[in-house]
Design a binder for this molecule. Sequence first.
Ligand SMILES: Cc1ncc(COP(=O)(O)O)c(C=O)c1O
Length: 403
Amino acid sequence: MKYDLDRVIDRDGTGSAKWDNYMGGRHSGPTTSINADLNDDGSIPMWVADMDFQVPKPVVDALAERVQHGIFGYTMATDGYYQSVINWFGRRHNWEISKDWISTAPGIVPAVHFAVRTYCRPGDKVLIQKPVYYPFFRSITNGGCEIVSSPLIDNDGHYEMDFDDLEVRAADPKVKLAILCSPHNPVGRVWTRDELQRYGEICTRHGVLVVADEIHCDLMMPGNEFEPYGLLHEDLVKNSIICTAPSKTFNLAGMHLSNMVIPDKDLHKAYDAYMAQIGVAGGLNPLATTAVEAAYNGGEEWLAQVLNYIAGNHQHLKTFMANNIPRIKVYDLEGTYLNWMDFNDLGLDRKALEDLTQLKAKVLFDEGYIFGDEGIGFERINLACPRPILDAALQRLKKSIEG
Ligand SMILES: Cc1ncc(COP(=O)(O)O)c(C=O)c1O
């Protein structure tokens, strides 16, 4: 079936974090979001990573049927659920997952918190690569650990890992764990097999456990192919915890259900023991399991259209900026629907840039500095929206810079 992705859907009154929460208090501007008709002067939310598209029809249908059943007691993952996950990764990524490697989690952010607490002790250090998805920071510090960053190198618009620096930092005996963001949010890189292999070899050689956050793995832009960490050399895979989720792929973030893939038995046992200790093991939301199974089994046609649409939005953004505000540089997008943009040429400090986007243009991006100081002067835009929303945001930005 053909999905109408241009359609702007009113999310008002649904408790949407993106449309009703105004950036969790970071937003200093007007406290209303624009209406779905895009006519009033509320703010346009282009920040948190969910989509303004309806989910695949098979998901809506499966949920409707499940709701009709009318009983929502304590729920476990069924064989059908596991099989849908296994089939998806086998079919889409050529990665054969064994059922007994999988543990569920109420989201990747909680799962990363659990991993830090399971595999590190207070005082240990955890390696990340800034600019990077900022909730990693708290998962480390809340676990009493210290953040160590090996910053990515911006090689003329193409971010790369600094392997010499990684080698030095991973060699610190206090570094026990590394969080890999693959594909990388916010810089939009899809790491190559060679980059992942080098990263994994460095970590494994120094006894640093890799937590690979692959939440964006299905969101590939044309010409790019995702390389699962689970397809690297067996020794590297044994030294890893791989976080997968349908939440970004199928716009199911509010369902809070993701799958941790842990091939090593001892590491897996330790993870499950921690989950049991804090009372999170086992019980799942019946609507979430229904939605995830339906999405993995029947969401492919929808995903193809959505990816194509997002690639079109990226191209639209690039062309618009080049023609209208060439001082704003739009980075290439290999994967994810989150596009990194450099505003430094405008010559504004942090506060002035925020005032320009949030107060004057009334467009809510995620400010680059929240991903680390390397992101100062950058903004991250969410492209998973109908084009009329993107257009309205770009027109506002143009006007506010010209005016
Ligand atoms: C890299 C990355 N990890 C995790 C998450 C959120 O995961 P969850 O909603 O499953 O906690 C996001 C959301 O944007 C993300 O970009």
